[in-house]
Design a protein. Structure first.
Lengths: 527, 946
């Protein structure tokens, strides 16, 4: 059988390049050995210094090694996916583009590109929860359906469910209103749905504005690791979940679980869990077939992350108890638990502070030499695995952004524990370019505390022990400081944005739409 | 296919294109013969005039000649520019004449003053003044002859001078004395000018493409600086050295001047041959001629017996031979370097040549100002010449291909790209636009300076730092110095049987010491110094070649101030050369891999330099084989990839070539291995292993940390090392910072080259702890510095942080350097020089120095205190008087000279010696402590003795 060439092969190779499998396997084996070496040293009763601090350290380390083991396990399943077959028959696809308050300039390329999708009978619907006449005009201009509703309950999920009641296509494509699809999107994904058990096919959520905005770049760097190795590995394990956009559903599957759940702020995660529980399967196509916009400032990023953290953490209980194959369940649990990792950052940051202020330390009866001998291989190999597994896409900026956002996980988990209701907040698509210290104030406080403690410690003593802890403080300051710096330097964001060519970042074209090169059409003529 | 034919065909009168080696050889031979004949003729005339004139008159004539030569030397710097661009003659002729006349007028007006200042009679001053116009015009006319390729005319103009000098001078000298001889000299200049003008008739300068004015200026400056290099040593020596020493320098410079003079025409003849690929035959001929003439002169001077020097120069200069050999060697290097500088000028890189010449002049002057004796002066000139030679060679070899300054004369057929044809005007092939096609993308002097000033800064700073705050000759250096003072065969046998190093470095040092006849600190450290400075230029070029200009700048600045790079550039051992060779080898490997990635197989030149540099590594240090093996393993790994498999044939050739070059070392290696295995101690001496708290039975993490700190921030006191080691979390930051980076070929190769040898030695360290030491993985130092440079050059994005981050790194390295060099608590600093100097000042003839440990023997042979020195081990405790020399009188002192007192055996031995001496009636009267050396002065306690 002749396979169609990937229409975005160059872009995909650039941003989601698969790692060298043998290298990954070797690194995972080494990292496993190193982690066993480290924990066999750490988990010895004689190492207990201050019991409370030691306990905190062990919990943090165990949590992280569990996450690491999950990551390595997923990496080992990062295998080439089987090629999709063409859809068995001509299909009707309803393209749903939910919109809340995004401007016309953001939405119009999406609608226009959606109408150009090939390979099916495409019916585009703009689901306007903002009741904006300009959107109605836009829909009319492009000849697409315009759906609005009186009751705006259920946020995005409610909006989509309302639309589902008005459409009857065999398949449903959900696109966020800032995500512009490539004309070949359907042809590259529909084939997977030839398998009657497949409920949805997810594609990556690429941030096209990563080239002009450092926040978007760092956020994409995090996303790239997920939509690269992790998503491919999850797909292989049958545990790829829906990410809310760029996803093609089988209508029957949606109907089977009653549409999108409206009681969660991460309706996509929740929906996936329900579908998997009902025996449906999911697929993933690791090609950049849609280009969207990532958060352009820290306020937007914080809002997005808080929503994801709350949603995923609230699903943790259901993930643990779900009737799923153990591998799928474990993947859900690992994904949910990731949003607890901010607690461990707090533990690591607090240890040198406590040591400098009180002299108490977590680990006793161990020289720095001994600690390094056991810890350094574990640390270096863990970092190397991330670097190689992510094929170089995971950058320091992503790590810094995650570290600086550790407080989000704390807040989210406390909100989930106290059952405080969350609100669905649409991720802003337009960078405010303003000084936003309030959006990063916890990170700012952490940096000041670290700096103050380090200064105080240097005044007290300059022996090796003190210098070591001061160095740890400064390490945290540099990492967290990098993460919060974008909120404190709006001019830097503006300069970066103005340094690139004006116009749309999506598909690097003037109108934000992909170049219409029907490479696939030459091989697979439409009926 | 559309073609455009260049209409640019040179006139038949212009220098024909080099038609190969034969033409080049003929031209070089004719000009060289003319030059040698002129030199010999002038010598004969001088000898005859010496017989005709009275001694005082001849001295006056000699002073006149000195002024005359000075004028012509300055003026002749424009010859090279004119040779490159004969049209310059027409453009500058009037201005040169006016300038010459201006000098004449000024000279005439200042005659009374000059007469007193120069010690010349007013007539001679006037004659000197009137020779000025001929100097500038002759320089231009000769340059034009070179440019037009008229070797016969050049030779005629050269030979005219001694003929006229002889005819007129010898005719007038008996009548009017030195004025007549001087008149002959001046007349010879003008007649030589006339001959040059006549020989250059008919040259259609209008058809010759004019070089850019700034290019000509750069060429002129470059060759003027070369002339300064050849002459300033005599001037400086005359001011700084005592009369006898200065006279010695003058004698040496006179002999060396002959070598400089002999090769003067070679670069000039080469200049108009074009700088493109097809002119390589001319370059080869020029290089061959310069090398042959130079080596011939070196050999001739080396073979001249002392008696002949005494006969020619006077009895007091009988021992001038070794110095003269070294100096002629330096002039020989300068002669070859001039050819390479000419090549740079031909390819549009005259500013580079000027900068390199300027650098060499600065280095020479810096060294000269520190000179204490003739050997230092010779060493300074040799260092400058060698630096100029090496840097010119590097610039010539490593410079990317560029359109030559001198256009080819043959019709050129150019196939333009499709797009260019489509866009070309209708008459594009009519020839009207063709000259534009040949307009060369030359860069102006200003542009080059703007581009290259950071390198200049780095070189100046780096050179200065490497010449400042030097330390005493270290034990290993003293051993090398002792070894290289032996005859070559004896030294090699000594090395093979009693040492653990390959002979590469000792051979270089032997050549330097034998050539200069000196073992002064400066001379023996010259190879390391030159390698250290060259490393800066290599970093610059490598950074730019592999990444970008910014990385090149940061890398050059970083290595210029990097403490360990400075440290080993100040040590007469192989480590500085090792760093240089390993950097070049890695650079070449990355170039080869880059070329392979782009579909090539690696350029032969890169393979050749790779083989030579990696082989040189093994000749320098056995442990250097580790990075070489790593490099070949990397090649092997690449061959596993289908897209890089095309490298295989050339890689196999490189391996075979390396093995062939390595083969002569095998017997040496086997002999040393046998010696080591049969000896009780199998480990070479260690330097400052106790410099941090890393000493243990096996290497540990702190040992890795300490070596990492040493690699980047240099050697420091133990306390500081402990504190610095505590800052290891910084390394975690570096690991994190590396995320998302390092996927490029250069970084991958560099990381492997930095890490793998360390890992291997870490493993070996469990068997022999002392081998896990920075010196044995010296290759890691430049690699780490490059990686750090790359990291800080690219990590920061903002306009401020892009400056601040590299600035912080450079400042931190400077702080490390300052502490390393100045802080006497540095456990690797042993002030033997200071301690011996104190003994020398304090001791009286007849005193005795007892030293411990015994292996200080070579050290104290190098730094002699002027009194008898014996090891404390020579004392005989059971015998009366401890076996001390009977000549030791009651008023004499004993100096107990001790070092390595942190070692139990040594401190016990010293304590025992002091106790025994005190029992014998000696009393400690003074103690002198310097870094890691303590000296006790003991005098005889007469009461106890009685």
């Amino acid at each position: 059988m002749t396979h169609a060439p990937a229409p975005t092969a160059a872009t995909t190779a650039a941003v989601l390049h698969p790692p060298n499998r043998r290298r990954v396997q070797l690194l995972v084996a080494l990292a496993l050995t190193a982690s066993a070496w480290y924990f066999s040293w750490l988990l010895v009763p004689g190492r207990i210094g201050n019991p409370w601090l030691y306990g905190l350290l062990v919990v943090a380390e165990v949590f992280n090694v569990v996450q690491a083991l999950g990551f390595w396990w997923t990496l080992l399943h990062d295998r080439p996916r089987r090629r999709p077959v063409p859809p068995p028959h001509w299909t009707t696809v309803d393209v749903l583009v939910p919109r809340y308050d995004e401007p016309v300039s953001v939405v119009e390329p999406v609608v226009a590109a959606a109408t150009a999708l090939r390979g099916a009978d495409v019916r585009v619907h703009l689901l306007d929860d903002g009741d904006d006449p300009e959107m109605a005009a836009l829909a009319a201009r492009h000849g697409v359906g315009y759906v609005t509703r009186d009751d705006h309950s259920g946020a995005k999920a409610g909006n989509i469910n309302h639309a589902l009641g008005q459409v009857d296509g065999e398949l449903v494509l959900v696109l966020d209103c800032d995500h512009v699809p490539h004309p070949e999107l359907l042809r590259r994904t529909m084939g997977h749905l030839a398998d009657e058990k497949v409920a949805f096919v997810q594609t990556p959520q690429y941030y096209a504005n990563a080239d002009r905005n450092p926040v978007a770049a760092a956020a994409w760097s995090q996303q790239a690791l997920f939509f690269g190795s992790i998503a491919r590995g999850k797909a292989d394990l049958g545990a790829m979940f829906c990410c809310g956009t760029n996803v093609l559903f089988r209508r029957a599957a949606l109907d089977d679980v009653g549409g999108f759940p409206q009681d969660s702020i991460t309706e996509d995660f929740e929906l996936s869990l329900r579908l998997h529980q009902r025996g449906w399967r999911s697929e993933y196509v690791a090609e950049v077939l849609v280009q969207g916009l990532g958060p352009e400032d820290m306020s937007a990023y914080v809002g997005q992350q808080l929503r994801w953290a709350r949603g995923c953490l609230s699903a943790l209980g259901r993930g643990l108890t779900a009737r799923l194959p153990w591998r799928t369940r474990l993947q859900y649990v690992l994904s949910s638990m990731y949003f607890l990792s901010g607690w461990t950052v707090l533990v690591y940051v607090s240890l040198p502070i406590v040591r400098i202020l009180t002299g108490e330390q977590a680990v006793a009866a161990a020289s720095a030499d001994s600690f390094l001998l056991h810890f350094a291989p574990y640390f270096v190999l863990s970092i190397a695995t991330v670097a190689v597994g992510g094929a170089g896409t995971y950058a320091f900026s992503a790590f810094a952004l995650a570290s600086a956002s550790c407080w989000i996980h704390v807040v989210a988990s406390l909100q989930v524990l106290t059952r405080r209701k969350g609100r669905f907040v649409v991720t802003p698509k337009d960078g405010a370019g303003l000084w936003q210290p309030l959006s990063v104030w916890p990170g700012l406080v952490l940096c000041l505390a670290l700096l103050g403690t380090a200064g105080w410690g240097l005044v007290q003593s300059r022996d090796a022990g003190m210098l070591n802890n001061v160095a740890f403080c400064l390490l945290h300051v540099l990492v967290i400081g990098t993460g919060i710096s974008w909120a404190l330097r709006p001019r830097f964001l503006e300069r970066r944005a103005s340094a690139v060519a004006p116009g749309e970042s999506r598909w690097q074209s003037a109108d934000g739409r992909p170049h219409d090169d029907d490479v696939v059409g030459r091989l697979v003529p439409a009926p | 296919m559309t073609t455009v034919t260049s209409s640019r065909v040179r006139s038949r009168t212009h220098a024909p294109a080099p038609s190969g080696v034969r033409t080049a050889t003929r031209r070089q031979s004719v000009a060289l013969l003319g030059q040698l004949a002129a030199g010999a003729g002038n010598l004969v005339v001088s000898v005859l005039l010496a017989r005709v004139l009275l001694p005082g008159e001849y001295a006056e004539l000699t002073a006149f000649l000195a002024g005359y030569v000075l004028l012509h030397t300055v003026a002749s710097s424009v010859t090279a520019a004119t040779a490159l661009d004969p049209d310059l003659h027409g453009r500058l002729r009037d201005r040169a004449a006016m300038a010459g006349l201006a000098v004449t007028v000024a000279g005439v007006l200042a005659t009374p003053l000059l007469s007193d200042a120069l010690g010349l009679s007013p007539v001679l001053v006037l004659l000197l003044a009137w020779s000025a116009p001929s100097a500038t015009l002759l320089a231009l006319a000769r340059g034009r002859l070179y440019g037009l390729g008229r070797a016969g005319g050049t030779a005629a103009a050269l030979v005219t001078e001694p003929l006229v000098r002889g005819a007129v001078g010898l005719a007038l000298a008996p009548v009017i004395g030195p004025a007549g001889a001087a008149a002959g000299v001046v007349a010879a200049g003008y007649l030589s000018l006339l001959v040059a003008l006549l020989a250059g008739r008919g040259g259609d300068a209008a058809t010759v493409r004019a070089a850019h004015g700034r290019t000509s200026a750069a060429v002129t400056i470059a060759f003027l600086l070369v002339a300064v290099m050849a002459a300033q040593d005599v001037v400086v020596a005359n001011r700084l050295l005592a009369g006898d020493e200065a006279g010695f320098v003058a004698a040496v410079a006179t002999i060396g001047g002959a070598a400089y003079f002999a090769t003067a025409t070679i670069p000039m003849v080469l200049m108009p041959s074009g700088g493109d690929e097809s002119s390589r035959g001319s370059l080869a001929v020029a290089l061959g001629a310069a090398t042959a003439v130079s080596l011939g002169l070196v050999a001739a001077v080396a073979l001249v017996p002392a008696s002949l020097f005494a006969q020619v120069l006077g009895e007091r200069y009988a021992e001038v031979g070794p110095y003269a050999t070294g100096y002629v060697g330096a002039m020989a290097a300068l002669g070859v370097a001039k050819v390479l500088a000419a090549r740079l000028c031909m390819t549009g890189r005259s500013p580079v040549a000027a900068v390199l010449a300027g650098l060499a002049v600065v280095v020479q002057l810096t060294l000269l100002l520190r000179a204490d004796d003739v050997a230092d002066v010779v060493g300074a000139t040799a260092a400058a010449a060698a630096l100029f030679l090496v840097t010119c060679a590097a610039a010539t070899l490593l410079a990317p291909a560029r359109t030559p300054v001198v256009a080819r004369s043959v019709p050129t057929v150019v196939t333009p790209p499709r797009a260019a044809v489509a866009d070309a005007p209708a008459d594009a092939d009519s020839g009207r636009d063709a000259p534009a096609a040949h307009r060369h993308p030359r860069r102006s002097w200003g542009a080059l300076l703007r581009d290259g000033w950071p390198l200049l800064v780095a070189l100046v700073v780096g050179t200065a730092l490497r010449l400042m705050v030097t330390r005493s000759i270290w034990l290993d250096e003293a051993i090398s110095i002792r070894q290289v003072q032996q005859p070559l065969g004896t030294m090699l046998v000594d090395l093979r049987e009693n040492d653990v190093h390959p002979p590469g470095f000792n051979l270089i040092l032997w050549a330097v010491v034998q050539a200069t006849g000196s073992t002064s600190e400066l001379v023996v450290r010259l190879p390391s110094l030159i390698a250290g400075v060259a490393l800066i230029a290599v970093f610059w070029a490598m950074g730019r070649d592999l990444w970008d200009r910014r990385t090149g700048i940061v890398a050059a600045l970083v290595v210029a101030v990097a403490p360990v790079a400075v440290w080993y550039a100040q040590e007469a051992r192989m480590y500085s050369l090792w760093m240089l060779a390993t950097t070049v080898a890695l650079w070449m490997q990355v170039r080869i891999l880059r070329d392979a990635r782009d579909g090539g197989r690696g350029r032969w030149r890169d393979w050749m330099v790779f083989v030579l540099s990696s082989t040189a590594l093994v000749y320098l240090q056995w442990f250097a084989v580790l990075p070489v093996i790593v490099q070949h393993v990397l090649f092997l790994g690449c061959l596993c990839r289908a897209d890089l498999r095309r490298l295989a044939p050339r890689w196999i050739v490189s391996v075979l070539a390396s093995l062939a070059l390595f083969a002569p070392l095998v017997p040496f290696l086997l002999a040393q291995a046998r010696s080591v295995l049969s000896a009780s101690s199998t480990t070479p001496g260690q330097t400052g292993v106790g410099a941090s708290e890393v000493v243990g039975d096996s290497p540990d993490v702190y040992a890795v940390l300490a070596n990492t700190i040493w690699s980047l921030w240099g050697y420091h006191a133990d306390e500081l090392m402990v504190q610095a080691s505590a800052l290891w979390p910084v390394l975690l930051l570096l690991c994190l910072a590396a995320l998302g980076r390092g996927r490029s070929i250069p970084v991958g190769v560099l990381v492997a080259a930095a890490v793998l040898p360390v890992v291997v030695l870490f493993g070996i360290g469990f068997e022999r702890r002392q081998l896990f030491e920075l010196r044995y993985f010296t290759s890691t130092v430049p690699v780490l510095l490059l990686l750090v440079s790359r990291l800080v050059a690219t990590w920061a994005r903002g306009p401020v942080s892009r400056l601040v981050l590299p600035g912080v790194v450079v400042v931190s390295l400077l702080a490390g350097l300052a502490d390393q060099q100045v802080n006497q608590s540095n456990p690797r600093t042993y002030d033997f020089r200071g301690a011996v100097s104190w003994v020398e000042r304090t001791a009286e003839p007849g005193d005795l120095m007892l030293y411990a440990p015994a292996f200080l023997e070579d050290e104290l042979a190098y730094y002699s205190a002027g009194i008898r020195a014996e090891s404390t081990a020579s004392l005989q405790p059971g015998t009366p008087g401890l076996g001390l020399p009977r000549t030791l009188g009651p008023d004499d002192s004993i100096f107990v000279f001790a070092s390595f007192l942190d070692e139990q055996g040594t401190s016990g031995q010293v304590g025992q010696t002091l106790a025994q001496l005190e029992q014998q009636g000696w009393t400690r009267t003074d103690t002198h402590k310097v870094a890691n050396v303590t000296v006790w002065q003991l005098t005889h306690d007469k009461e106890v003795a009685q």
